[in-house]
Design a protein around this ligand. Structure first.
Ligand code: CO
Length: 502
């Protein structure tokens, strides 16, 4: 078979499989938004079956033969061509999928599913001892997986690579160490400041109907296209890509606290705006897909924090917010802006502010790395966790549920996932700084409700690129510099020096 024919076979085989995946996404969206309670068992069976079909197709031995027929040929001479990018990513996912024997894949799925349901019950009961035997099993299986997949430096890299292609522990450690030092120092100054914000304005009675209307106005103005999406309520907010013209978002409403639904909606809209801006002519192939979880998170955090928690943003949207929520009529925009930016050390990652959030992530990254290196045993995790919480955030969890047991990630075997959150924040800061430098009056534009220039900049530099470049190359292409922690530290220092008056 000639290389072009082999490529064409791959193109149609892989695109067909992506159709199955998008059907699975639609089933998943329905499950988490509208499905009747008694539909759960049948839905679980539908999902298990479609997942099996997808796995069979993604590990079809013919993929390997076709990849070999096309690799090393003139068709892929330009590494940035559509063909070369697709083959590069098809190879990566095929190798990963076939290196894990079915026995291990089945065992991982079984143990994670059992561990997840045990964790759901055990966390409220604070049953760490019961959970350890599941977690020990998961860590052992993930180490086995890492050995089978292979790595050049250390086992952790094989796991990290699934979420952030080509990223390694060795490249993250210095970056994260700088960030940690900067954040701990900044947090100390914030906590020592006398100018603490009054956050009572964010608590009260806020109609869910008004919260939803306001969230819709905001995300539409930022660039989320409702003709190609929709917003629904859910328990744990997410966004989901069904296909071109259909990228949906969800949020969670708390009738007593303003931040939850609004910032949740902006965050998910950020993810969805990325998906809506991918090149649809390449849908179904890597060229038309998001490149990594970290880049995805950079888009959600950029809109949520760099835009949605800026004073310029609130100068534009505050009159609208006051119309929806009359209690804000007696609150000045600066006071409101300070309130939504309160920094406070807390135990729970998902409730953390912009400054402390990354410290929660760095702690988890360091513990995962130590476990995979064999330097830390599961039974010693709580002590190591609490030691780092004390060192970074000055807090000691009173129990396991608000400490080492708080996240679902380890229970479902997602070891190596956490760093993508902090990478997302680092990418976002570097991209935002570059956009500001190129667009000049970005703050003025946002203050006037003009978000289009920023959106266009992201469309051109990130969204339209699909998976053409690996994450670090994409950042270098877009910003002209290697990824570094200075942009995030500088952004936070400048912002909080003003807010906290130091
Ligand atoms: Co996100």
């Amino acid at each position: 078979m000639n290389p072009q024919e082999a490529y064409n076979w791959l193109l149609s085989h892989q695109t067909e499989t992506t159709y199955l995946e998008s059907m699975r996404n639609l089933l998943g969206w329905d499950q988490r938004t509208h499905m009747p309670a008694r539909g759960h068992l049948h839905r679980a069976n539908q999902l298990a079956n479609i997942t099996r079909f997808i796995h069979l197709r993604r590990t079809d031995p013919q993929i390997g033969e076709m990849l070999s027929a096309v690799e090393g040929t003139a068709l892929l001479d330009d590494p940035c061509s559509v063909e070369a990018v697709n083959v590069r990513e098809w190879r990566r996912s095929f190798d990963r999928a076939v290196k894990i024997p079915e026995k291990l894949a089945v065992e991982l799925a079984r143990v994670s599913s059992e561990a997840e349901s045990f964790w759901r019950d055990a966390r409220p009961r604070n049953d760490w001892t019961g959970f350890t035997k599941y977690l020990q099993r998961i860590v052992a299986l993930k180490r086995e997986e890492a050995e089978l997949i292979g790595y050049s430096n250390e086992p952790y890299d094989a796991l990290l690579d699934e979420y952030e292609p080509e990223e390694t522990a060795r490249s993250l450690e210095p970056l994260f160490a700088e960030l940690r030092a900067g954040l701990v120092d900044l947090l100390g100054r914030i906590e020592g400041s006398s100018g603490q914000p009054n956050t009572s304005v964010l608590h009260g009675n806020f109609s869910v109907y008004e919260q939803e209307s306001f969230a819709r106005e905001v995300v539409e103005c930022l660039g989320y296209d409702f003709a190609a999406g929709r917003l629904d309520p859910t328990a744990h907010p997410f966004s989901v890509d069904i296909g071109p013209g259909d990228v949906r978002i969800t949020t969670r409403y708390d009738s007593t606290f303003l931040n939850t639904a609004l910032f949740g909606a902006i965050h998910e809209a950020g993810h969805a705006i990325y998906q809506q801006g991918l090149p649809s002519e390449h849908w179904g192939t890597p060229m038309g897909q998001a490149v990594s979880l970290g880049i995805h998170e950079s888009q959600s955090r950029l809109w949520e924090n760099f835009v949605g928690r800026s004073l310029s943003f609130w100068k534009h949207f505050y009159p609208q917010a006051q119309r929806h929520f009359p209690t804000l009529q007696n609150v000045k925009v600066d006071a409101f802006h300070s309130a939504v930016n309160e920094v406070r050390s807390s135990l729970i990652r998902t409730e953390a502010d912009e400054v402390t959030y990354n410290l929660h992530i760095l702690l988890r990254f360091e513990l995962e790395l130590a476990m995979l290196r064999g330097d830390l045993e599961v039974e010693d995790l709580p002590e190591a966790w609490n030691g780092k919480m004390e060192a970074y955030l000055g807090l000691t969890p009173p129990d396991f549920s608000s400490g080492v047991m708080q996240d679902i990630h380890w229970a479902i075997g997602a070891i190596g996932y956490f760093p993508t959150y902090t990478l997302g924040n680092l990418y976002a800061a570097q991209l935002f700084a570059k956009a500001e430098a190129e667009l000049g009056s970005l703050q003025e534009q946002m203050g006037a409700g003009e978000f289009r220039p920023l959106l266009d900049w992201l469309r051109q530099n990130i969204h339209s690129q699909g998976s053409r470049y690996l994450p670090r190359d994409l950042i270098r292409q877009a910003t002209g510099a290697d990824l570094n922690s200075n942009h995030l530290i500088e952004y936070l220092e400048t912002k909080y020096a003003v807010l906290y008056g130091f």
